[in-house]
Design a protein around this ligand. Structure first.
Ligand SMILES: Nc1ncnc2c1ncn2[C@@H]1O[C@H](COP(=O)(O)OP(=O)(O)O)[C@@H](O)[C@H]1O
Ligand SMILES: [Mg+2]
Length: 325
């Protein structure tokens, strides 16, 4: 019997188009001898086609496992994961808590810091209290200003002086009430993929070489200008450290299934900083997550098998948990 896998894609976030491309490449890589694919496409208006997954156990007869391929808000942030919990369906990737913690850059950094993991100096401002003077007292220029909950570099800018900072705060605040400001790191950008539930493992890291001032939306999706090195050119100790930190970060935010952890290596100090964790990383044909695994010995179709196995395993393990006295 083939497993019926529901792929949810599209969605209301700014990463709708990227999600379509990710889903396309996942569907193309799935072994048809093992899986029957059922597509659920969510429009930009939030409407599901052919219809929504229902939030009741047993109401979605025929679905064995769900693969949410939604990037960003209303998909990667725990909302869809909550629906799937209510429906009692196994699903690929992080649960509600891991998803929402990972999505919020401020909470994610707090959780990492509590574990002693290296995150860059930053501060959090909440609208309407976006005081540039408070930033100037605490952080040296240049700084990066970001909406706390978003992705794909949307709403992010680098500020070199007071005037740019004011504009950057205003822009970030259009996307989230919570804005974070960080010291800008002059360094290399690395990414490392993680797979697993209770025993997560890390792939070989890769390096991103942005073609622009930073790895912005243009570079990610419009110009294809950025270059990649897989594996990243690192010495064995650096590779091991990036892999260790990737797994530690994954555990700290209580991630399950998969994630991609992104890093900076500062030129002047050689220090490695965790930048962020993405619980539904890009899966397009050129995306780093599947390519890092391919370089680590796990070809794309096997990667999908593994993700589905992990989803089923977690669902099975939860069955023994009591929810009432
Ligand atoms: N503190 C920082 N120092 C240097 N570059 C940064 C910093 N924060 C972000 N960037 C640049 O901005 C890009 C996007 O920021 P990131 O935090 O990864 O947000 P997103 O979730 O949108 O990908 C990074 O890939 C990097 O190029
Ligand atoms: Mg990023």
């Amino acid at each position: 019997m083939r497993l019926r896998v529901a792929i949810i894609f599209g969605g209301r976030s700014g990463e709708h188009e990227v999600s379509l491309r990710s889903a396309q490449s996942i569907i193309a890589a799935m072994d048809r001898g093992k899986y029957e694919v059922v597509e659920y496409r969510i429009g930009k208006d939030g409407r599901w086609k052919p219809g929504p997954i229902l939030p009741e156990p047993g109401a979605n007869a025929g679905i064995d496992v769900v693969f949410p391929v939604l990037h960003g808000t209303f998909g990667e942030d725990g909302t869809v994961q909550g629906l799937l919990e209510l429906a009692d369906l196994p699903y690929v990737g992080a649960g509600v808590l891991g998803s929402s913690v990972s999505m919020d850059k401020d909470v994610m950094k707090r959780v990492c810091r509590e574990r002693g993991l290296p995150v860059v100096e930053y501060m959090t401002l909440v609208s309407p209290h976006l005081d540039p003077e408070a930033v100037r007292e605490k952080l040296p220029f240049p700084v990066f200003v970001k909406p706390s909950n978003l992705g794909s570099s949307v709403g992010i800018s680098k500020a070199r002086d007071r005037e740019e900072l004011e504009a950057a705060l205003r822009m970030a605040a259009e996307y989230d009430r919570k804005v974070i400001v960080e010291r800008a790191i002059d360094g290399r950008e690395l990414e490392c993929s993680v797979l697993g539930n209770s025993e997560p493992v890390a792939s070989l890291p890769c390096e991103i070489l942005p073609s622009r001032e930073f790895y912005d939306y243009e570079d990610k999706y419009l110009t294809d200008g950025a270059q990649f090195r897989i594996p990243a050119e690192l010495n064995p100790a650096q590779t091991a450290e990036v892999q260790r930190l990737a797994v530690e970060c994954y555990r700290a935010v209580e991630c399950e299934g998969m994630a991609r952890v992104d890093f900076f290596v500062e030129h002047s100090t050689g220090r490695i900083y965790i930048n962020e964790i993405n619980t539904i990383p890009g899966f397009t044909s050129i995306s780093m997550f599947p390519r890092m695994w391919a370089h680590s010995g796990l070809a794309y179709p096997r990667l999908i098998d593994r993700l589905i196995e992990l989803a089923l395993e977690r669902h099975e393990a939860r069955k023994s948990i009591r929810y009432t006295r």
